[in-house]
Design a protein around this ligand. Structure first.
Ligand SMILES: Cc1cc2nc3c(=O)[nH]c(=O)nc-3n(C[C@H](O)[C@H](O)[C@H](O)COP(=O)(O)OP(=O)(O)OC[C@H]3O[C@@H](n4cnc5c(N)ncnc54)[C@H](O)[C@@H]3O)c2cc1C
Length: 379
């Protein structure tokens, strides 16, 4: 009987695993000893970092999407049929269509989603760029904006650790180029007592913000937004007025994780080295879905996926473990419209952002195009 690998989620992690695995186990696939099946929620694949550029009119929607089938190895059986319940005891996944999928190895890569509805008034009073509709609306609002108080409001947990810093620094240049920065004031709010969760990034951001006149309000845990009064209030009792509110809403994991009782908030308890679900030896958790205290980022998903590919192929071919995940993350940071820097870190080595340069900005623009090779598992 063929060994069945089932992947739930057709985003960054799921796609890299499906494609990478097919290359590593080509003989087993050809002989019918192994099958690889993926179930997703959509037949489109979005390059989510593109939303930041879309907001400033620097990327077209067509550049951000591919048909999922077109970037997936032909040997993967792909179904658009969202998982409704995951039963890790019975080794069964049931889907919205009522189908049931069995597996020998399961990969859960259902990502995370924004939840502006969790904060009273946020959906009505705030803009965001973390989904397509939000980015389109914010782009229109920025085009209409004639100056005033802008608040960049960061809530946790959220994916892409550096996107809030990027939009803040890019926005300043955007408003300067538009000729309204002298009539504007940008305030960045953050829930803990510094500018970023990663301490070295927080230290790096202080002079970057200061030199551009960007104000900040730390220990700001959002309580509510009053869309009519145009104010945002924190649990700590601070109320800030705004003309334009840009929020990074709080996130949760996918609904199916909570419904299947696999983890509070939709985050699955995961061994940070093996990426196995705590208590399972055949269920891998990858990307934003894990509860590992590490940045939720496409690059995290990518490096985790590479580890899972090596381990799944070793387990399938040789019944042995290959290697552990070392916590590697690499993120570009746009520091304006034409400059950038980057951070690279793992479980033992903290990030160390350097001075912004044009070269790193261009590398990020290059990666925005190379992503499609990355998703195919070629980069
Ligand atoms: C504006 C923005 C900028 C970003 N910039 C960067 C950046 O510069 N660098 C970086 O590294 N990261 C960045 N990220 C973060 C990055 O996109 C995510 O961390 C990454 O996509 C996570 O990969 P994933 O595979 O875990 O989840 P995703 O890529 O989100 O994929 C999850 C998939 O699971 C599917 N799914 C959900 N529920 C079900 C279900 N029940 N059944 C089947 N399928 C389901 C979803 O439809 C989705 O296709 C950015 C994100 C945003 C929004």
């Amino acid at each position: 009987m063929a060994k069945q690998v089932l992947i739930i989620g057709s985003g960054v992690a799921g796609t890299i695993i499906a494609n990478g695995l097919c290359r590593q186990i080509k003989n087993e696939l050809a002989s019918g000893a192994v099958t690889v099946t993926m179930i997703g929620a959509t037949d489109k694949h979005m390059y989510q970092p593109g939303l930041l550029y879309l907001t400033f009119g620097k990327m077209r929607e067509s550049e951000m999407y591919r048909d999922q089938r077109s970037i997936l190895d032909k040997r993967v059986a792909f179904f658009v049929d969202p998982a409704k319940n995951i039963d890790v005891e019975a080794k069964k996944v049931t889907t919205e269509s009522g189908r049931t999928y069995g597996y020998d190895y399961l990969v859960i890569a259902t990502g995370s989603r924004i939840r502006p509805d969790m904060i009273p008034g946020m959906s009505e009073g705030a803009h965001w760029f973390y989904d397509l509709e939000g980015a389109r609306k914010l782009r229109d609002a920025l085009n209409d904006f004639q100056g005033g108080k802008v608040i960049i409001n960061v809530n946790a947990p959220h994916k892409c650790p550096v996107a809030p810093v990027e939009i803040t620094l890019m926005l300043r240049e955007f408003l300067t180029a538009k000729g309204v920065m002298d009539k504007s004031e940008i305030t960045y709010t953050y829930p803990i007592g510094r500018l970023h969760g990663l301490e070295p990034v927080a230290h790096w951001a202080v002079p970057e913000f200061q030199k551009h006149g960007i104000k900040s309000e730390t220990f700001f845990n959002t309580k509510s937004v009053d869309a009519a009064a145009k104010t945002i209030t924190s649990e700590e009792g601070v109320t800030l007025p705004y003309d334009l509110l840009i929020t990074i809403p709080p996130h949760t994991g996918a609904q199916v994780i909570t419904d299947s009782k696999l983890g509070a908030g939709g985050w699955v308890p995961t061994n940070k080295l093996t990426l196995l679900r705590e208590g399972s030896d055949n269920v891998f958790i990858v990307g934003d879905t894990t509860n590992i205290p590490i940045s939720k980022a496409g690059s995290t998903a990518h490096f985790e996926a590479d580890t899972v590919v090596d381990n799944l192929s070793s387990l399938l071919k040789e019944q042995r473990w290959s290697r552990n995940y070392d916590g590697k993350v690499y993120c570009f940071i746009e520091t304006g419209m034409t400059t950038g820097t980057y951070i690279m870190f793992n479980y033992t080595t903290p990030p160390n952002p350097g001075p912004p340069s044009h070269m790193v900005h261009w590398l990020k623009l290059g990666y925005n195009r190379l992503y499609w090779l990355s998703a195919r598992g070629l980069l």
